[in-house]
Write a protein that binds this ligand. Structure first.
Ligand code: ADP
Ligand code: MG
Length: 685
C-alpha cells in the first residue's frame, strides 16, 4: 500500500485549480496526470531579465524589465497586429505588439497615458523598437521586478508558460515533508538540499545541486527496485532443469556455433540447473546469432520435461521466429506452435489444448501467449526477445504465470552503454555475444545528399535486375505521426511508379494481415523492395536483401541507425547502406553520419550516441534505447548512476527488508517513482 503521506502527490492533476476540460488533453500529452507529475515537470531553462531605467541601457535581443508610458493604440486594418505605442523616460519609442486575440486583454492592460512595468524581450522591427507579447505587464514595479528570473517549461499545444507556472506553483504548495532516503554522509558531501527544498528550488532557479538531488532520487529508486527484484528472485522456488542433451544431439544446424554462443549456452545451462530461477540477459549485436542460443536454451527445458515460451515484440517477428525455429528443430520431434492475438476459433483452441496437455513443447508468440486464458502444463523457461520493448513490470507479470517461477532469458540487440545496462537490467546476469559468426563482410556505408535520389533509385533498379532485394526506410520520429506516414506513403507511390508490384509497403498502422502479407512477399522473394517505417527495426531476417536506403538519416539516433543497418549484411554477399541526408545538417547530425560510416561496432556506437545526446540534442521521442527515466538526463545518469547503484547495494546489504527508518524512507521513494513493484516483492511489503 502506498504510504498516506504521498496521497497529495498522487491526486489527479485535474484536482488543481484552473484545470478544466480544455487543459486535460495538453496535460495528458505531456504525461502530467498527477500532482506529482506537475511537481516534477521541471523548467527547461530560465529567462534572466535585467531591470533597466531606460531603453538606451538595453540592447536588442535582451530580456528586460522597464517602465514605459503608453501613448496611443494602433489597431491595424484586417488581421495585422495590435500595437500599443509607448515611451521610456527618455522619450525612446517602443511598440508593444500583440497578435490575435491577446490584443483584447492588451487594450485593457495598457490604457493610453498610464505607466506600466513591462517585462519582455526587446526586438527591432524595421526602424522601430518593439516588444512582442510582453511576458508581464504590471502597474507596480514589484510585479514585474519579482520576475527577473523566470522558468521556461516544456509545453504542449494548448498550454502557456503562465498556465504551467500557476500549476507548478500549486503543486509545490502541496508537497509534503518526506523522510530522507539518501544516506546522510552522501547528502552532506554533495551539499544536496532535502527533497522538498530541492523540488521547490528546481522550479525557482538554476541550482544544479537541486536538480542533481532529484535525479539521484530517481536513479536510486530504480537501482533499489531492480535489486529487490533480484533478491526476491533468488528466494523464489524455480525448477532446476537438467537437460540430458538428447534433443540437442538431433539438431543439425548448418553452421558451427561461435565461441561466444557456446559460452552463453553454457552459462544458461549452469543457471537453469540451479534452484533459483534464472534471470539472464543475452546481449548481442544484430546478427550475432541469438536465435540459436535461444533454441538451445529451450531445448534444455524440453529435454528436462518442461515447456518453453518465446515472446516477441511484434507479430512479424513472432512469425519469423516460429519459421526459423521450426526449420532449425526439424527432425528433433519437438512440437513448436505459433500463437498471436489474431489466432481465433478452432486453431487457437487446439493450440491452447496442446499447451495445457503438454503436447506442444515450445510456444512462440506475441504477448498473447501470456493472456489469462492461456495455461501451460509445465512452463519452465520464458525467452523474451528484444527486451527493451518490455518494461520490468511486464517482465514480472510474465513470471507470475506459472506456479513455479520459470527461468527467464531476455535477449536484446540494442547494444546500450554500460551505464545504461546497469540502469535498465541491473537485476540480471549478463551474457554477451561479443563475437560475430564468421564470414560476415563489412557493410559499405555511404552518405549521399538527398538531391541525388534519382541516381539512388537507378541504383536500386540495377540491384533488383541482378536478383537482389532492398529496403527503403522512411523516418517515423515526428510529433505529428500522420505527416511521417504521409511521407512514407508518398515515397511508396513514387517507387511503385518505377518498380510496380516489386515494391511493398509496411508501417505500424497497417492492418496486421496486410503487414504480414507484405512481409511474406518480401521474405519469400516475390517482392524486391520493401518500403518501411521503423517497424523493420527489430529482428527481420532476409539475407538476400543486401541494399538499404535510409531517408533523412540525420533524424535517427545512432543506436537506431545501427539497428536498421543490421538488417543488411546478413548473407555472404557484400551489402551496402546508403544514408540519404537533407541539406540542413547540424554539427551533431554530421558527426553521427560520419560515425556510421566509420564503424560497425554496436557498443561503440551506443557510447557515442550517449555522448552526442548528452550534448543536449534531442531526437524524436520514439528512440530505441531510450532511458527509463523522466528526471535524470543522460549526463546525470552517467555521473550519478554508479553512486546510486552502490548506495542501493549498501542499503540492501544492511537492511534487505527495508525495515529500518531509512528503509522505510526508501519505500516511500519507491512509491514516489512508481517502482513499487520492488516493494511488493518484499515479504509483507
Ligand atoms: P540475432 O542475434 O540478430 O537474432 P540471428 O539469430 O537472427 O541473429 O542470426 C543471424 C544469422 O546468422 C542467421 O541467419 C543465423 O542462421 C546465422 N548464424 C547464427 N549463428 C551462426 C554461426 N555460429 N555461424 C554462422 N551463421 C550463424
Ligand atoms: Mg533476433
Amino acid at each position: 500500500m502506498r504510504p498516506d503521506l504521498l496521497n497529495p502527490l498522487f491526486a489527479e492533476a485535474a484536482s488543481l485549480k484552473g484545470v478544466g476540460p480544455g487543459l486535460a488533453r495538453p496535460l495528458e500529452r505531456l504525461a502530467l496526470t498527477r500532482v506529482r507529475d506537475i511537481a516534477y515537470h521541471l523548467p527547461d531553462r530560465f529567462v534572466l531579465r535585467r531591470a533597466v531605467a531606460n531603453l538606451d541601457e538595453a540592447s536588442v535581443g535582451e530580456q528586460i524589465v522597464v517602465a514605459l508610458t503608453v501613448r496611443e493604440h494602433r489597431a491595424s486594418s484586417g488581421r495585422g497586429p495590435f500595437r500599443a505605442m509607448a515611451e521610456d523616460v527618455l522619450g525612446n519609442v517602443v511598440a508593444l505588439t500583440y497578435f490575435g486575440r491577446s490584443s483584447y486583454t492588451a487594450r485593457k492592460q495598457l490604457p493610453p497615458g498610464e505607466t506600466r512595468w513591462i517585462a519582455g524581450r526587446l526586438d527591432q522591427f524595421g526602424q522601430t523598437l518593439q516588444i512582442v507579447h510582453p511576458d508581464h505587464v504590471s502597474e507596480e514595479s514589484a510585479g514585474a521586478l519579482g520576475q527577473l528570473t523566470e522558468p521556461v517549461y516544456p509545453l504542449a499545444e494548448g498550454l502557456t508558460q503562465g498556465r504551467v507556472q500557476a500549476l507548478a506553483h500549486q503543486a509545490i504548495g502541496l508537497l509534503p515533508d518526506l523522510p530522507e532516503w539518501i544516506e546522510p554522509g552522501l547528502l552532506q558531501k554533495m551539499g544536496w538540499p532535502a527533497w522538498k527544498a530541492a523540488l521547490t528550488e528546481a522550479h525557482r532557479g538554476e541550482n544544479p545541486l537541486a536538480r542533481d538531488r532529484l535525479a539521484y532520487d530517481e536513479l536510486l529508486a530504480n537501482s533499489l527496485a531492480l535489486m529487490l527484484v533480484r533478491a526476491s528472485n533468488r528466494e523464489r522456488a524455480g525448477t532446476p532443469l537438467q537437460g540430458d542433451g538428447h534433443l540437442r544431439a538431433k539438431l543439425h544446424l548448418p553452421f558451427e556455433l561461435t565461441g561466444a554462443q557456446k559460452r552463453a549456452i553454457a552459462e544458461i545451462e549452469g543457471d537453469v540447473a540451479q534452484g533459483a530461477p534464472m534471470l539472464r540477459l543475452l546481449q548481442g549485436d544484430v546478427g550475432s546469432g541469438k536465435t540459436a542460443v535461444a533454441l538451445h536454451a529451450m531445448l534444455i527445458a524440453v529435454e528436462a520435461g518442461g515447456q518453453a515460451a518465446l515472446l516477441a515484440p511484434t507479430e512479424i517477428l513472432a512469425r519469423q521466429h516460429h519459421a526459423t525455429l521450426t526449420r532449425m528443430a526439424a527432425g528433433t520431434g519437438v512440437e513448436i506452435a505459433l500463437l498471436t492475438g489474431r489466432d481465433k476459433g478452432r486453431a487457437r483452441e487446439s493450440i491452447l489444448m496442446g499447451l495445457m496437455d503438454g503436447s506442444i513443447h515450445i510456444c512462440v508468440g506475441t504477448h498473447a501467449i501470456f493472456q489469462e486464458t492461456v495455461s501451460y502444463r509445465n512452463l519452465a523457461l520464458v525467452v523474451i526477445d528484444e527486451q527493451h520493448r518490455f518494461g520490468v513490470g511486464q517482465r514480472l507479470m510474465l513470471t507470475q504465470k506459472a506456479r513455479r517461477t520459470p527461468h527467464c532469458l531476455a535477449m536484446t540487440a540494442t547494444p546500450i552503454p554500460r551505464t545504461l545496462t546497469l540502469a535498465q537490467y541491473g537485476e540480471m546476469d549478463v551474457s554477451r555475444l561479443d563475437e560475430m559468426p564468421p564470414g560476415r563482410q563489412a557493410i559499405d556505408t555511404r552518405v549521399v545528399a538527398v538531391e541525388r535520389m534519382a541516381e539512388v533509385i537507378d541504383g536500386i533498379g540495377r540491384h533488383i535486375a541482378k536478383g537482389g532485394q532492398a529496403y527503403w526506410v522512411c523516418p517515423m520520429v515526428r510529433e505529428q505521426e500522420s505527416e511521417d506516414l504521409a511521407a512514407a506513403e508518398a515515397r511508396f507511390a513514387l517507387l511503385r511508379e518505377r518498380f510496380g508490384d516489386d515494391v511493398v509497403l509496411v508501417h505500424g498502422q497497417l492492418r496486421p494481415e496486410a503487414k504480414d502479407a507484405a512481409m511474406e512477399r518480401f521474405a519469400g522473394g516475390a517482392a524486391k523492395l520493401l518500403v518501411a517505417t521503423t517497424v523493420i527495426e527489430v529482428g527481420v531476417d532476409v539475407p538476400n536483401a543486401t541494399l538499404m536506403v535510409i531517408e533523412q538519416a540525420e533524424r535517427f539516433g545512432l543506436a537506431q541507425l545501427h539497428q536498421l543497418r543490421g538488417r543488411v549484411g546478413r548473407g555472404s554477399e557484400r551489402s551496402t547502406c546508403l544514408l540519404l541526408r537533407g541539406d540542413a545538417l547540424s554539427e551533431t547530425g554530421r558527426e553521427r553520419l560520419a560515425l556510421m560510416r566509420e564503424t560497425q561496432d554496436g557498443f561503440r556506437l551506443a557510447e557515442e550516441d550517449l555522448r552526442l545526446r548528452g550534448g543536449g540534442e534531442l531526437l524524436g521521442t520514439r528512440q530505441s534505447g531510450d532511458t527509463p527515466f523522466r528526471v535524470a538526463d543522460f549526463e546525470q545518469i552517467a555521473r550519478l548512476l554508479p553512486l546510486a547503484h552502490d548506495d542501493a547495494r549498501l542499503l540492501m546489504e544492511r537492511d534487505g527488508g527495508l525495515a529500518s527508518p531509512r528503509g522505510e524512507a526508501a519505500r516511500v521513494l519507491l512509491y514516489l517513482f512508481e517502482r513499487d513493484w520492488g516493494v511488493q516483492l518484499l515479504r509483507g511489503g
